[in-house]
Design a protein around this ligand. Structure first.
Ligand SMILES: NC(=O)c1ccc[n+]([C@@H]2O[C@H](COP(=O)([O-])OP(=O)(O)OC[C@H]3O[C@@H](n4cnc5c(N)ncnc54)[C@H](O)[C@@H]3O)[C@@H](O)[C@H]2O)c1
Ligand SMILES: [Zn+2]
Length: 362
């Protein structure tokens, strides 16, 4: 088992990574001394795949399981109150309740949000089960639910007591969900670690076939990068966490235009990273070779490099984001693989012409 420590002023914790970690979860949780009754929050799919293992691995610890819908449907008011009601039903004298988020990023977000507001905060641990949540969502203490008006509109910063990452969960993940994580892994390489970027490129076959050593290195590297960034800017106040938004400006516009349905987040980020590279090149910040490298790695990992969209519509969606066009928008630009720079005030015509360039190029 590898442990990455995340050092924060008031709430340091360990990210533990290793195959079969879930099988030995109980002693690991007991060691934390965070309570004597676990409310386990999970999703339909995870529960149906892992029901027997959950029952076996938590045997000996009084607990209750709450099963929420798959996907974004878990991040609703209804799910939040299902968790809160579930906790209040078992909250009795002598019980110290803590939460276990066992699922993808959606379960992690809603479970952690519930933990952060119940009695002004109870302990929780993250056991992320998708690649995206193992390298991103499960780390860093951002919690959220969606409202009809917007995604992630209600939320808090609230750190877990520990994160337990078992790559064996990925064996039941669909290729589509695996690619959601791979796209963010490429992002980590681009923003912070060129050696890791080239590792991903050389090992694309091993990654797509879930070769344990390759997947483990990917998770460990990404988790360590995310941990470092969170340590430096826990509550997103210093602009350091902004680098995690590389590729996300266009991605959010694509998702808005596709109404969060047709194009997945990972696919939108993939195209968005290519766009960020083109825009950085137009700004004279990186060379054309960088664009080619990014295009190559995305294609190798079977990630999206082109979408058939009305680019005028996308530009419009981007311009609704006032921060981007008029206000002090912060754009994460590429210098070279492994190095980015946050810049402000990009000329509108460049934003538009780069969209056309991206459309015509691939
Ligand atoms: N808090 C953060 O810092 C942060 C960062 C990035 C993303 N997010 C959030 O994360 C969410 C996306 O998370 P996600 O990509 O993990 O999606 P998800 O949680 O929706 O999971 C995807 C699907 O896979 C299923 N699943 C999960 N683990 C499985 C497994 N091991 N085997 C088979 N099926 C499994 C789920 O039930 C679901 O149907 C978004 O809501 C996003 O806003 C949060
Ligand atoms: Zn993302």
């Amino acid at each position: 088992m590898k442990t990455i420590k995340i050092k924060l002023p008031e709430s340091s914790y360990n990210i533990n990574i290793g195959p079969n970690l879930f099988r030995n979860i109980l002693p690991n949780i007991n060691r934390l001394k965070i309570g004597n009754f676990a409310v386990i929050v999970s999703s339909k799919a995870v529960y149906s795949y892992y029901k027997a293992q959950i029952e076996k691995n938590f045997k000996g610890l009084p607990c209750k399981i709450i099963v929420l819908p798959n996907g974004e449907g878990a991040k609703t008011k209804e799910s939040l109150f299902k968790i809160i009601d579930g906790i209040t039903n078992v909250d009795k004298l002598g019980r110290k309740i803590f939460l276990v988020c066992l699922g993808g990023g959606t379960i992690g977000d809603v479970g952690a949000f519930a933990a952060s507001i119940y009695k002004r905060g109870i302990a929780y641990v993250q056991i992320p089960t998708t690649l995206l949540s193992q390298i991103d969502a499960g780390i860093g203490g951002k919690t959220a639910i969606d409202l009809r008006q917007a995604k992630n509109i209600l939320g808090t910063f609230y750190q877990p007591k520990a994160v337990f990452i078992d790559p064996l969960f990925l064996r039941t993940l669909s290729e589509k969900e695996l690619k959601e994580g791979l796209s963010e892994a490429v992002k980590y390489g681009i923003i912070r670690d060129s050696r890791f970027f080239y590792f991903l490129k050389e090992n694309y076959r091993n990654l797509l076939s879930l070769r344990p050593s390759a997947i483990l290195r990917l998770i460990q590297t990404c988790a360590a990068i995310k941990a470092k960034i969170v340590e430096k800017d826990e509550k997103e106040k210093k602009g350091i966490r902004t680098v995690l938004n590389f590729g996300h400006t266009l991605a959010h516009a694509i998702e808005a235009v596709s109404k969060y349905k047709k194009i997945s987040h990972g696919a939108a980020v993939s195209v968005g990273m290519l766009y960020a590279a083109y825009l950085s090149h137009s700004l004279g910040l990186c060379s054309h070779a960088e664009i080619k490298e990014i295009k190559d790695i995305l294609a190798k990992l079977k990630l999206l490099v082109k979408i058939n969209f009305d680019y005028a519509k996308i530009y419009k969606a981007m311009s609704y984001d006032k921060k981007f066009i008029r206000g002090k928008f912060r754009f994460v630009a590429l210098r070279k693989i492994g190095q980015v720079k946050v810049i402000e005030n990009i000329p509108n015509n460049l934003i538009r012409s780069t969209l056309q360039k991206l459309n015509a190029s691939v």
